[in-house]
Ligand binder design. Structure first.
Ligand code: SAM
Length: 494
């Protein structure tokens, strides 16, 4: 099938933006097939080892130690999207240039990180992996359906230290000045998606570039308020339009004297290149050009907020507000789990898991549902959709006994190897792996009651077994449909 051509207005602009050789090379690169990037979940080991265990040839992504590019036939990408370990969250399929943004943000364990435009979760899962179980990534998105995808991808990833919220960023007003690092991976005109997405080619127009830059300015103003004095703000797009990139950064700096650019060269952080002749702003910016580096193309800038506290002027009283994390959609608030609910969870954890997998997390109850919330999230008071790990539901039986049903998300946070006491360990080649992912009951030998299904160490989900047969508790929305096309990449155009 013929693809829509690159937009004429875009081609005209890049001929003004780059020299003749560069513009031709960029247009040619955008006609090439996308690279198959794979970012490993640190819970499942380094990416080279992961690719080797799966029998895929891979080369390192120089700016991201969790990333590799799969080599070999074009089919390798589809295979990676269909593999049971993809369903198990052992890796995330992500464009290699998109993997450069989180290393620039440089999150550290124990920190509070905000990802203000987070769906479907490429960067949020990357941040979560780098927190190593300490701290919190607060992942926000404006759109309800995309926020659902974000919850689902964070669950697949086995995130233990994430909170998801949705709506206008003004909903986060209570968190002004509270984040150590804030990422704005902004909605943009998506020129870097021209390889993957025909829709991005068709949608592009100079008006869209202008509309995006207005939206980006609003988001950046919110982000600048939300980062703490002395904290870091990273701005990223997957477009090449200077108005949305260096121009957006220059305009932000003009509006916000409390922000300054970090010189990336001086910190050895600029892996690829920038725009020729882009002036002083360029020192704090990096561009991954598809004709100069592997990947579809990305832009990022790193800024630092001065230590002087400007929030007092913008939102008096916002700093210092504390409380239990806000509650679903701002209505009912979760409370610390009561004795009987906590006891039902503990007896499940002891009998089925061997031990509480999240002993440092707070146990909260929300209308019969138990959540394990990272302590760092407890001080952040704003409405959320999901906080921490959904452990399961406690129901009261006819005789008043409490029954615990585990949530799918809990299966994903269990250690990849070792400790789940009750489990069904399958070889990757065992036909029961595919049957489980299709939602079918599977035969088991020595399991009665709840158990975790794993494919060579990677947790897939729950079954409940009785007399040799295990009922499938893999969520319906995730079950494999043979007619479903394989995931090409977990990232997609916004
Ligand atoms: N960071 C994501 C990732 O790595 O998977 C990709 C983000 S995508 C480029 C931009 C996101 O911004 C979209 O999911 C879109 O729904 C969201 N968005 C658009 N307008 C927004 C707003 N005003 N506030 C927050 N998010 C917004």
């Amino acid at each position: 099938m013929t693809r829509p051509p690159l937009p004429a207005g875009f081609l005209q602009r890049i001929h003004g933006q780059l020299d003749a050789v560069g513009a031709v090379a960029l247009a040619r690169a955008l006609a090439a097939a996308p690279a198959a990037g794979l970012r490993a979940n640190p819970r499942h080991g380094p990416p080279e080892a992961l690719a080797a265990r799966l029998g895929w040839r891979a080369s390192a992504v120089p700016w991201c130690h969790e990333g590799v590019v799969l080599e070999g036939p074009p089919g390798a990408r589809g295979e990676a999207g269909r593999h049971p370990w993809h369903d198990g969250g052992a890796y995330y399929l992500q464009d290699p240039s998109a993997m450069g943004v989180v290393p620039l943000l440089d999150p550290h364990p124990g920190e509070a990180i905000l990802d203000l435009a987070a769906a479907p979760g490429g960067k949020a899962t990357h941040v979560e992996g780098r927190l190593r179980g300490r701290g919190v990534v607060w992942a926000h998105d404006a759109t309800p359906a995309r926020a659902d995808a974000l919850v689902s991808n964070l669950e697949r990833w086995g995130a233990t230290n994430a909170v998801v919220s949705q709506g206008d960023p003004r909903r986060l007003l209570g968190l002004v000045g509270r984040f150590d690092r804030v990422l704005v991976d902004a909605p943009c005109s998506g020129e870097g998606m021209f390889r993957k997405s025909d829709a991005a080619r068709v949608r592009w127009s100079p008006e869209r570039v202008r509309a995006c830059s207005l939206m980006q300015a609003t988001l950046l103003d919110h982000a600048a308020d939300l980062v703490r004095p002395g904290g870091v703000l990273v701005y990223a797009t997957c477009t090449f339009a200077p108005e949305e990139d260096e121009g957006a950064v220059a305009a932000l700096l003009a509006r916000r004297p409390d922000l300054e650019l970090v010189d990336l060269d001086a910190r050895g952080l600029r892996p690829v290149g920038t725009l020729p002749g882009d002036g002083p702003v360029g020192a704090g910016c990096v561009r991954w050009w598809p004709h100069r580096a592997v990947g579809d193309g990305h832009f990022a800038a790193r800024l630092r907020r001065g230590e002087a506290d400007a929030t007092a002027v913008r939102d008096p009283g916002a700093r210092g507000r504390q409380g239990v994390a806000g509650g679903r959609h701002g209505d009912g608030r979760p409370t610390p789990a009561a004795g009987p609910e906590a006891a039902a969870w503990r007896s499940f954890a002891e009998a089925v898991l061997g031990a509480d997998p999240l002993p440092g997390h707070a146990l909260l109850a929300d209308d019969g549902h138990l959540l394990a919330v990272p302590p760092e999230a407890l001080a952040l008071a704003a409405p959320w959709r999901r906080a921490g790990v959904a452990l399961g539901r406690v129901a009261v039986g006819r005789r008043g006994q409490r029954r615990f049903t585990p949530h799918h998300a809990l299966s994903r946070v269990l250690p990849a190897r070792g400790a789940a006491a009750a489990r069904v360990d399958l070889e990757l080649g065992d036909p029961r792996v595919a049957a489980f992912l299709r939602g079918e009951a599977i035969a088991v030998d020595a399991l009665e009651g709840w158990g975790l299904v794993r494919a060579e160490g990677v947790p897939l989900g729950w079954v409940k077994a009785s007399r040799g047969e295990a009922n499938n508790h893999y969520p319906r929305g995730l079950r494999r449909d043979p007619a479903r096309p394989p995931a090409d990449a977990d990232d997609e155009v916004a």
